[in-house]
Design a protein around this ligand. Structure first.
Ligand code: AMP
Ligand code: ZN
Length: 270
């Protein structure tokens, strides 16, 4: 099945309507650029959102790429500056954090928190991200390595909760292998940022990536099939959504993950 047919099938399966307003989270990288390109090609009602992380030249390149993409596709782009939103750039946040906590994890949690808040303000029905098949398998393995399989409970191309303050997130490229996205984008006239973020420090993810690389397509497919079956089984444990005592955003615990990481006793950074 070609990539376009497969993405269409995923969108149909998770019942995305063309009337809904979808906010595509674009980073400037290949995955989210292809996500925006395809949703636009299939005539979904989309707008784009980009968070400028304040990482010097790297962030300038990302902003430039998303501006070009949205200009070419004629998509409305909303840009938010992390310094304005959080009072610090991402590198400044990294500098003041606990050495043990992982840059990518912290950045991911903060981005999700901002995306959810902005999607609500912009009255979006869904947030679409560029997560691909490999990202999802890696996360699954990391959760197993760390003994926190429960975190894979909501894995799938759509993540919903009943809470109205929480915008449903979708991953149209959930079933698309990284290599196929790379091949596909090469054929399009899209300028995107290659290479990784200069602050990337991921030990587990690199190990998981190496492990996945050695698997055959069939083995990868089986791994994904098992992941989805397991996710369905553990979903029943889903705890009720509460509101964070600090920021009032939706959270599974009394304090949300972002506030827990930022206001941890070990490193008060604000
Ligand atoms: P990452 O957290 O870098 O693995 O990115 C996962 C997904 O989050 C990407 O595919 C994008 O959809 C989204 N994303 C990452 N960085 C940004 C950003 N700076 N602004 C908006 N969305 C982003
Ligand atoms: Zn909070």
């Amino acid at each position: 099945m070609n990539i376009e047919t497969q993405v269409k099938k995923t969108l149909k399966k998770i019942k995305i309507s063309k009337k809904e307003k979808i906010l595509v989270a674009v980073s400037g990288g290949k995955d989210s650029s292809v996500t925006a390109y395809l949703l636009h090609k299939f005539r979904y009602n989309i707008e784009a959102i980009h968070i400028n992380l304040g990482m010097g030249i790297y962030s300038e390149k990302c902003l430039n790429a998303v501006e070009k993409l949205c200009e070419n596709l004629k998509i409305k782009l909303h840009v938010y500056d992390i310094k304005k939103e959080m009072g610090k750039t991402m590198p400044e946040i990294f500098k003041s954090k606990d050495k043990k906590s992982n840059n990518c994890f912290l950045c991911g949690v903060i981005k999700k928190w901002i995306l959810n808040k902005k999607a609500r303000e912009l009255k979006a029905d869904k947030i679409a991200t560029g997560h691909n098949f490999n990202d999802e398998l890696e996360t699954f393995l990391i959760n197993i390595f760390k003994g926190s399989l429960k975190l894979s409970a909501n894995s799938g191309p759509i993540l919903k909760t009943k809470d109205k303050k929480f915008t449903i997130r979708i991953k149209p490229l959930f079933f698309i292998d990284k290599k196929r996205i790379e091949d596909y984008i090469k054929k399009l006239n899209i300028k995107y940022v290659r290479g990784t973020c200069p602050y990337r420090k991921e030990t587990y993810r690199v190990e998981a990536r190496h492990f996945i690389k050695k698997l055959s397509d069939k083995e990868k497919e089986n791994l994904m099939k098992n992941l989805l079956e397991l996710a369905k089984k553990i979903k029943k444990d889903e705890s009720e959504i509460k509101y964070c005592k600090i920021c009032k955003e939706p959270s599974r615990k009394e304090i949300c993950k972002k506030c827990e990481l930022l206001y941890n006793k070990a490193f008060i950074i604000f």
